[in-house]
Design a protein around this ligand. Sequence first.
Ligand code: OAD
Length: 252
Amino acid sequence: METSAFPAELIRRLQEAHHIVALTGAGISAESGIPTFREAQTGLWARYDPQTLASPEALARNPGLVWSWYAWRRSLVRQAAPNAGHRALAAMERLVPRFTLVTQNVDGLHQQAGSRTVIELHGNIMRTVCAAQRHVVTQWAPVPEGEAPTCPYCGSVLRPDVVFFGENLPPQALEAALQAAQTADVMLVIGTSGVVYPAAALPGLAKEHGAWVVEINPQPTPLSDLADTTLRAPAGEALPALVAAAWPRQNT
Ligand code: OAD
């Protein structure tokens, strides 16, 4: 992406910002090979709707199916490496007085890229907890294909430590994200379809409190209208170019 593609006002806002907040969604990890949730799925799991599988009801009805789906997603995460978009955000954190990264992703790729202040709104897929008591479990007895393992402490079914549809977000993470949004000078909204709340409310909250909102997404979303700038490009292209344009003398 050409650095001249960016409006001068956006570059000035970035350079003068005391606090930049980035809100990321599945789109930033798409270029690392992790499928998004709402775009057409291909392959093995194409016929399952992620929104149906990632629910307490699905876990109760068919724990083996939910476990297998997450085992597949975990295998993708294990093979994945951060991409240029993740790395650009980690670089940006070192260039501004204050930077907060709020992510809906559960893949840990921001931390792997070197980001330090990361708020995980939807949990982390690599941690395992039990459904009944939230015991954190690191080892379990193997089970046949199509079944879910159980908790060594209480016997309830195991699940990844992610937020399912219909479940509350971790309260501390949500509170920290709300605080960050209210004190942001610039909010970058990257690779999210903007339909899952409360995360999707953060850009509006930031704007109400005076932030300049920038959307980075190849596709329009319900958040596009409130954005002050929209960059219709993949995050892996737009973010490194944006960092280079705003901080040209830094060796990132
Ligand atoms: P979605 O799958 O809903 O949306 C992904 C967005 O990324 C879309 O708007 C795409 O246009 C955009 N996109 C695709 N490739 C991109 C790229 N290379 N660069 C930038 N953007 C790109 O994912 P989320 O908005 O993250 O929650 O979904 C929100 C939540 O719904 C997820 O955290 C998950 C899901 O169910 C839970 O599991 C609780």
